[in-house]
Design a binder for this molecule. Sequence first.
Ligand SMILES: [Zn+2]
Length: 391
Amino acid sequence: MVSEHLFFLVKNKICSYCADRYLGESNVNVKSKILIDKSKKCYFCLSAFSMLDKLVDEAIVKINRYEAKTFSVSSKLPRKSIFREEEFISRFNIYPRVNLKSALNNESARKIVEKTGLKNNQSKFDVKVLFDYEKGKVKVEGVSLFIKGRYLKLKRGVSQSEGYRYRLRNTGEKPGYSLEELIRKPLIRLTMAAKAKFHGMGREDIDVRMLGNGRPFVIELIDPKRRFIDLKEAELLVNSNGKGKVKVIGFDFSSKSEVQMLKALSPKMKKTYLAKVQIKHEIKEEDLKKLEDEFRNRIIHQRTPLRVLGRRPDRVRIKKVYELNAKKISGEEIRLIIKCDGGLYIKELISGDEGRTSPSVGGVLGLKAICRELDVIHVSDPGLFGGESHG
Ligand SMILES: [Zn+2]
């Protein structure tokens, strides 16, 4: 007695791989009746299995361009294939030993392992191999390589992002080089990546230096051909490229989840600034004392500064200054060391920004105060990015 599902298969014909999936070792007699001849397409896989060897060979040529120890495979199948298998299962209540997609993945992975000696690991891998059985194509991609570190910006006039650089160009001002570029380019060259994304923990203005322990960042190198790199060498390359402008420290391998953490931590970091401030008036010691007292653990209400209003929504930020230290440099010039929440605009904390920041240094003194030079001298984070945790 031959059951209904076998009649169906005799009528529709399938390939030997799919016959194995449904019938296993048994039923040699039936098998001979349901196998397609080479010119026809398998009812289930639409002959994906017959193109597998060719696609695996193509994949290996591409994989060989990458430094890799592990790989994953995935498959895209024609909708019709998936639909037919599901329909067959529900109609006859007959299940294959392994479903079509897994069978293709297992078989292609087995062949790649056999021919390259790489390990197949579907959850942690260096390259991913994507088989498209609908189009008869295969794509190989290097998994993004994440590197974290901290940067110091040693020179004023270096903008963080290229967006800013292009804005300068559009306004006809002299374009600079961006900090992102100075860090990214040597790393793209070293890893032979297609491109890179820079994620900084906040940013500083173009005319502000970033000194001290540096600002945390993560760089994502997309589709890298090389990944087993020496991070000390990477650091040296970036530092020789950024000579006198940018310096990086504390390189370590990172991950996508740390990029999320970096973004989440960004508003929580605390920063310490060094500001040179011009006051158009003779400064007395008691003025300095007054500033230090007024800005000890002081809440600041800051409306979006006028100078960034076009680019940022107008809203009030509530930030805190923890400590302010004031010292006289000359008759009309003072030096401030300000420890505060990240995201507080310091130039406006000093000037008052026409009353939009309150209290302000100028406001407390009742004088016009202008920030002439600004450096970030410390950025704290909870220790994830190589800097010590700091109050
Ligand atoms: Zn098949």
